[in-house]
Design a protein around this ligand. Sequence first.
Ligand code: ZN
Length: 277
Amino acid sequence: MTKPCIITVAITGSVPRKENNPAVPITVPEQVESTQEAFEAGATLAHVHVRNDDGSTTSDPEKFGRLKEGIEKHCPGMIVQFSTGGRSGQGSERGGMLFHRPDMASLSTGSCNFPLRIYENPPELIEDLAAKMMQYDIKPEIEAFDLSMLYQAVRLCEEGKIRAPLHVQFVMGVKNALPVVREALEFMVSELHRLMPAATWTGAGIGKDQLTLNRWSLELGGHCRTGLEDNIRFDKTRFAASNAELVKRVADLCGQYDRTVATVAEARKLLGLRPAA
Ligand code: ZN
């Protein structure tokens, strides 16, 4: 039986657009439009940050609210996931927009090095963000940038601080964190299945390795993430034209691995989310 693949689109990267691919959406209307194109190409989950109009990052709850509203209006049933990552502000401010009750929010369960800085997730902050997600009935997506983060997520789940079943995203190819190593991914997936048999997972590859992780995830039964946040190029020769182009590439690949592209109803069911409003 073929297993549907949930395609996540991470629409907006962290580099100001003027130094970057002009297709990266910055303003809320641009983000809504880009998400709608990606949705029509097969994405069922939108992972979002918000930016100031000059491209700098912000944690402005009002922008998160407007973006969620726009996606819900133009992409019926699409799963909205807010980022609580380091670019969404400092400390507990990173969860300051969760009162909007998105379906999901990202949650890193440990600290690691990023290309130019430390990605700081102290235990108290992790528990604070997890508690807010519990309060607002938001499913976390565990962002595992390192092996220890998988075990810490399992522990938080066992302690009742995160609701089961877990959904984990394994991120590979961030400079100074996990490299793109097939054996490491297979080990993490087998540990996740051993410890939490009902858990689901997504693979995310950064930069040129986006496609590598898309392929491995399809082959190993996981879900896929793509989009301009992780990778601004289509290949060595050119920028990606849009988020939709990257999504379409994954949708086209599914058949090669005997997978189908999940519908919004399938994606919500696989992740144990409430039906679309
Ligand atoms: Zn992100």
